[in-house]
Design a protein around this ligand. Structure first.
Ligand code: OMP
Length: 276
C-alpha cells in the first residue's frame, strides 16, 4: 500500500487507528483455550470486531516468537487474515549487517520464501545505512525506523547531544537521505508529546507510527496538536488498551468499544483539521 492509498483509507474510515496484536496466552479468555490455535482465534475475533474502525494492524513479533513454532504459525495465519486493504506492520525491530538484514527482509516481505508479506517492518537504525537498505530493496514496502520511542530508557541514547543536535534528530536527518516519505516512516512514542513539533519540522511529510496511547498513558490530543500533517501523517497504535478491554466471552465486543472510542476521537480531529 502506498502513501496515497493509506491516506485514502484514513479518509474513508475516518480513522488513523492501528490495532496492536500483541496476544499473551495467559491473558487470552479461558473459553478460547480449547481452540487448536487460541492465539490465532483471539486475533481472528479481534480483527473481525475492529476491521472497520482501523487502518492498520501491528503484530509485535515477540508475542509470537516466544511461542516457538506454534507462535510463528499463529503469526503466519494472523498475517494472512489481515484484510488486504488494511496496512500490515511486522513490529520486529530488526536491523543487522547487510546480508543478515536481507534475510530479515525476506522473512517479513517475501511471501514465496516465508509465507508472509507485510506492508511494513519496524527497524532499529543503530547499525546505519547498510543495515536498513536491504529492507528498502523491496518495492512498495515500508521501513519504519525507531526515532523517539515511548519507553523510559529513550533518554539513554536518543536524547544524547551530538554536534548537530539530539541523536534521534540525526537519525531522522540522515535516514531521510536513504529514502523519501513514500518508503520511510518513523516511530515516535505518544508519550513524547513535547517532541512532536520538533519531529514534524524534521520530517514534515512522513507518516509517524505512534505507539503509547492506552496502556502507556500517551494523549491522542497532544500527539495530534503537532503531529498531524496535510495527509494526516499519523498511525496511532494501541494494543493492550483494545485487545484486553474485556476478559470474558464478550472480549471482542469490548475491544470494539475501545477501538470505537479512539476512532470517534480521531474522526473529530480529522474533521477539525479539515482533512475529511
Ligand atoms: O515500535 C513500536 O511499535 C513501539 C515503539 C515504542 O517506542 N513503544 C512501543 O510501545 N512500541 C510497541 O507498541 C506496542 C504498544 O503496546 P501497548 O502499550 O499495549 O498499547 C508494543 O508492541 C510495543 O512493543
Amino acid at each position: 500500500m502506498n502513501k496515497k492509498q493509506l491516506f485514502e483509507q484514513i479518509k474513508s474510515k475516518k480513522s488513523f487507528l492501528c490495532v496492536g496484536l500483541d496476544p499473551v496466552l495467559e491473558n487470552i479468555p479461558q473459553h478460547l483455550l480449547s481452540h487448536e490455535d487460541p492465539v490465532f482465534e483471539f486475533n481472528r475475533q479481534i480483527i473481525d470486531a475492529t476491521k472497520d474502525l482501523c487502518v492498520a494492524y501491528k503484530p509485535n513479533t515477540a508475542f509470537y516468537e516466544s511461542g516457538g513454532l506454534k507462535g510463528w504459525e499463529s503469526l503466519l495465519k494472523t498475517w494472512a487474515y489481515i484484510p488486504e486493504d488494511i496496512f500490515s506492520i511486522a513490529d520486529a525491530k530488526r536491523g543487522d549487517i547487510g546480508n543478515t538484514s536481507a534475510m530479515y527482509a525476506d522473512a517479513f516481505f517475501n511471501k514465496e520464501k516465508s509465507g508472509m508479506s507485510f506492508d511494513a517492518i519496524t527497524v532499529a537504525p543503530y547499525m546505519g545505512r547498510d543495515s536498513v537498505s536491504p529492507f528498502l530493496k523491496y518495492e512498495n514496502k515500508w521501513v519504519i525506523l525507531l526515532a523517539a520511542t515511548s519507553n523510559e530508557g529513550h533518554n539513554d541514547f536518543q536524547l544524547l547531544q551530538t554536534p548537530k543536535g539530539k541523536l534521534y534528530e540525526q537519525v531522522i536527518r540522515i535516514s531521510s537521505t536513504w529514502a523519501d516519505s513514500e518508503r520511510l516512516m518513523y516511530v515516535v512514542g505518544a508519550t513524547r508529546g513535547s517532541e512532536f513539533a520538533n519531529i514534524r519540522s524534521l520530517a514534515p511529510d512522513s507518516f509517524l507510527l505512534v505507539p503509547g496511547v492506552g496502556a502507556q498513558g500517551g494523549s491522542l490530543a497532544e500527539v495530534c496538536e503537532f503531529g498531524l500533517n496535510d495527509h494526516c501523517g499519523l498511525l496511532v497504535n494501541s494494543a493492550r488498551g483494545i485487545i484486553y478491554a474485556g476478559k470474558g466471552e464478550d472480549f471482542a465486543e469490548k475491544a470494539r468499544e475501545e477501538a470505537l472510542k479512539l476512532q470517534l476521537e480521531m474522526q473529530q480531529i480529522l474533521e477539525e483539521a479539515e482533512l475529511i
